[in-house]
Design a protein around this ligand. Structure first.
Ligand SMILES: *[C@@H]1O[C@H](CO)[C@@H](O)[C@H](O)[C@H]1NC(C)=O
Ligand SMILES: *[C@@H]1O[C@H](CO)[C@@H](O)[C@H](O)[C@H]1NC(C)=O
Ligand SMILES: *[C@@H]1O[C@H](CO)[C@@H](O)[C@H](O)[C@H]1NC(C)=O
Length: 363
């Protein structure tokens, strides 16, 4: 699950890291206030509905069943992650059993952790397996990518020493697992997207995916050898969409291969939550759907009327006390509601396009 993304001041190089800590903290505080205001008005005044009926119709077909998305590989792919601790943070990884064809580094958004990407297993008892994160990892493993996830040191990623730390961890892990010969790709969402966009100028990636973030291209001097970049974003977040349009042109001008995938809202059905969240059965899924509909959080066509973060669905649910809910499932449900609204959330819906991007830029 992602909180509204933001970025800190990127201009702190490694050299003047200490000097800018104070400035950074202050900037961060301002940003947090801004983010808070943004969250508060989420789905209200700030946002005018832009999608029309024909777009909605086409989307009905666009939300693939996660099982179909895995092309039947899901029975072959199982979570057996390894959790390690290095350079003051944790990394969780898994290498596919039969000859891997690439290495994928995934960077979470603000408030994210490596444990969000992996299901709870004996190897990782505190793993959470958020629905979109876990589907991305399953898709990667099914397609033969070794996956490494790392937790940021703070709430969001920072762009000073942390770049070196993550580079160190990835390189150490790759050499320990003897995966040096494989292509290396990266995907970052929100804060992780900004982070990957900068990391890609210090580390050699074959290609990258920047999700629900525009990247730091204004602050960087992008060279011709910058990796092919795919933006996966939610155009309902119009400010960000405008930035991305701008950066796509900047990157193209430098001669970099750029792609764009837009994610738009989709209607929920009685089974959406049980289809996408392990451990949430159809019974509960149907009841939640009816409850949200009854409260006007979902319209007659199944669309979220506001962002999942903006509605107080948990509080209302508790008050009414008609549907009992394991509180561990709250972040999972929250994520799917945000995703259906399609303003700012991690998404695995376009895994096909994401992995085609990686696969077509491997050689
Ligand atoms: C509705 O969406 C379709 C498909 O994206 C587009 O071609 C059409 O111009 C839109 N209509 C309006 C009124 O915005
Ligand atoms: C990460 O840890 C290794 C091993 O302890 C150390 O050699 C390396 O300098 C550390 N990297 C950073 C950036 O702190
Ligand atoms: C749903 O759960 C309720 C309460 O546990 C039960 O009475 C009902 O039969 C269930 N319905 C279905 C379709 O499984």
């Amino acid at each position: 699950m992602l909180k509204r993304g933001h970025k800190s001041n990127p201009r702190n190089g490694v050299q003047n890291c200490r000097v800018s800590v104070l400035v950074m903290s202050f900037t961060l505080m301002l940003m947090l206030v801004f983010v808070y205001l943004l969250l508060k008005t989420d789905g209200e005044e700030n946002y005018t509905k832009t999608n029309n009926d024909s777009e909605k119709l086409s989307l009905d077909h666009e939300l693939p069943n996660p099982k179909q998305q895995l092309n039947g590989f899901d029975s072959l792919v199982q979570f057996h992650p390894t959790k390690e601790f290095r350079n003051g943070t944790d990394l969780i990884w898994q290498v596919p059993e039969s000859s891997p064809k690439g290495v994928l580094f995934v960077a979470h958004g603000c408030y994210g952790r490596a444990i969000n990407f992996w299901d709870r297993t004996p190897e990782c008892p505190d793993c959470i397996g958020l629905p979109e994160e876990r589907l991305l990892v399953l898709n990667a493993l099914a397609r033969g990518f070794a996956v490494i996830t790392i937790s940021s040191a703070r709430t969001c990623w920072t762009y000073g020493k942390e770049l070196l730390v993550v580079k160190d961890i990835i390189e150490w892990w790759i050499s320990k697992r003897k995966l040096e010969k494989l292509p290396l790709v990266a995907l970052g969402a929100s804060s992780g997207g900004y982070f990957v966009s900068v990391l890609a100028s210090t580390m050699k990636f074959n290609s990258i995916v920047i999700m629900i973030a525009e990247g730091m291209f204004e602050e960087m001097d992008v060279k011709r050898d910058y990796p092919p970049t795919l933006f996966v974003h939610m155009p309902k977040d119009f400010g960000r969409k405008q930035k991305i349009d701008e950066y796509v042109e900047i990157l193209k001008d430098v001669g970099i291969d750029v792609g764009v995938v837009e994610c738009i809202e989709f209607p929920l059905s009685a089974n959406t939550l049980s289809d996408r969240i392990p451990g949430l059965d159809q019974n509960l899924s149907g009841k939640l759907f009816e409850f949200l509909k009854g409260k006007g959080f979902i319209d007659k066509d199944g669309y979220m009327t506001r962002d999942g973060r903006a509605i107080k669905w948990k509080e209302v649910l508790e008050e009414k006390n008609t549907v009992s809910l394991d509180k561990h499932l709250v972040p999972h449900i929250q994520e799917e509601l945000n995703l259906a609204f399609a303003y700012h959330e991690m998404t695995s819906v376009h895994s096909d396009q994401i992995f085609k991007w990686f696969e077509s830029h491997i050689s």
